[in-house]
Design a protein around this ligand. Structure first.
Ligand SMILES: Cc1cc2nc3c(=O)[nH]c(=O)nc-3n(C[C@H](O)[C@H](O)[C@H](O)COP(=O)(O)O)c2cc1C
Ligand code: SF4
Length: 438
């Protein structure tokens, strides 16, 4: 294991993670001692429009994967329309490899609750929901406890801190479907329907929850808000790059010495993150990695010095996504890894549109054929052709994301595919698995 040099250690910028290691960090007493709810007191004295402007000035971009400017999204909510407004926090965190929102809610749930109150005040919402993944029982328990504590202290409910502002906050557990992380499927699920994406336009900003103006934001986005209110937009922009401001929680997993969450200014490189994480496991050399979960095209050892911000990762041919860096070594097979991800997308496809529903079904079968040693050269063309028919032709981002590892692994690791087809690599699947379960 390598020890990080002081200049690399200085790359750590604990902001959202700063309380995580404090004893009983999840309790309101600890939170209040460590500046908790100070931002709320400050925000309630400001005009809601000024808060929206502050978030715009900070350059905060959504932490849920697409990097949409948060202040701009809040500004889309029509004001004075006489309709109820809603804030919905997307706490579904289903992207394979992603592990930043659940630890945040487990260790520091009040930062999310405080962010929800400030954001709701800014967009004039009197009801907010946190939609949390069904399997995340522990995090949901912590969150519900934090919400109860906040009610008991007068941070939630009627006339919050004497400001005249009312807010009810509901924590809703989903049933554990990846598609319910897609914001419009999430809204359907929250309304009690089967979670499937909605046709847009109209967008949630005007026709969201119960056909009313709604902001949907990721946990990390909303939990950033109290820090921006306290520290100011200029301070937030001292971290990160010009177009990707602030700190970001990078979750590192795979063949590294110390997997976990590392919060750094946006634009840190994988080389630096690896040093912080103690390097690769002994005997392993980096072969491929995802910069932002399995829906983002694979990168390789050539990309160790790409700054991990929205623009630079896009310029390198991938997507920053959820900053879930999954690290694979020369002892891992990109063909098999892609197959396992495809199994996931096939399983999680909601079935609403043909390219994703049928395309993933067929690609799983082609991978099984290749991995059982019965693949042909034509299979590689079939995979690329299928991806071509899914990417940009699917109803939502799940279909597009499913193609990422297929096309990028064929771009960088075609030889690994040929090794199965030409018999140099032993089959990983048996004939029995070739057919497999549906
Ligand atoms: C298949 C799919 C799954 C998604 N899962 C999540 C998720 O678990 N959490 C999340 O915040 N965003 C997820 N998103 C993105 C959301 O649709 C939406 O862009 C995001 O919640 C907006 O929040 P932000 O602006 O704060 O990033 C997903 C998108 C797709 C297409
Ligand atoms: S792309 Fe897949 S998940 Fe999205 S609507 Fe189509 S079938 Fe459903």
């Amino acid at each position: 294991m390598t020890t990080p040099r002081p200049e690399t250690l200085a790359k750590l910028t604990p902001v959202l993670t700063k309380r995580w290691l404090s004893p009983d960090a999840w309790r309101i007493g600890t939170y209040e001692k460590l500046d908790g709810y100070a931002a709320l007191r400050k925000a309630l004295k400001a005009h809601p429009d000024d808060l929206i402007q502050l978030v715009k000035d900070s350059g905060l971009r959504g932490r849920g994967g697409a990097g949409f400017p948060t202040g701009l999204k809040w500004g889309f909510i029509p004001q004075g329309d006489g309709k109820p407004h809603y804030l919905v926090v997307n706490a579904d965190e289903g992207e394979p490899g992603t592990c930043k929102d659940l630890p945040l809610m487990t260790h520091d749930p009040h930062s999310l609750v405080e962010g929800v109150i400030i954001a709701s005040y800014a967009i004039r919402a009197n009801r907010a929901y946190i939609y949390i993944r069904g399997e995340a029982v522990h995090a949901a328990r912590r969150l519900r406890n934090a919400v109860q504590e906040a009610y008991a202290k007068g941070y939630l409910g009627r006339n919050i801190l004497g400001s005249g502002f009312d807010l009810e906050l509901v924590v809703h557990s989903g049933a554990g479907a990846y598609i319910c992380g897609e914001e419009t499927a999430l809204l359907d699920s929250l309304e009690g329907f089967r979670g499937q994406p909605r046709l847009r336009p109209p967008f949630p900003a005007t026709h969201g929850l119960y056909a009313s103006p709604t902001v949907v934001n990721n946990v990390g986005t909303i939990a950033s808000v109290p820090y921006i209110v306290l520290g100011g937009a200029a301070w937030w922009k001292t971290m990160g790059t010009e177009k990707s401001s602030g700190p970001m929680i990078y979750s590192l997993s795979g063949r590294i010495a110390n997997p976990g969450q590392y919060e750094c200014s946006m634009g840190v490189t994988l080389r630096e993150l690896l040093e912080l994480a103690g390097g690769m496991q002994p005997g392993h050399n980096l072969k491929f990695w995802t910069p932002g979960g399995s829906s983002t095209p694979l990168l390789t050892a050539e990309h160790l010095d790409v700054p991990l911000d929205f623009e630079s990762v896009a310029a390198a041919g991938s997507i920053l996504g959820t900053t879930a860096t999954q690290i694979f070594s020369d002892q891992d097979c990109p063909v098999y890894a892609t197959y396992r991800w495809l199994e996931f997308y096939h399983h999680e496809s909601c079935g609403k549109c043909t390219p994703c529903r049928e395309g993933n079904y067929w690609m799983v079968r082609v991978y099984r054929r290749i991995l059982s040693g019965q693949g042909t050269y034509e299979d590689l063309d079939t995979l690329l052709d299928t991806c071509d028919n899914i990417l940009g032709r699917s109803f939502c981002g799940l279909g597009d994301g499913a193609t990422s590892s297929v096309t990028s692994s064929l771009q960088y690791f075609k030889q690994d595919y040929l090794d199965y087809i030409e018999g140099r690599t032993a089959p990983k699947l048996s004939d029995k698995q070739l057919v497999g379960a549906h």
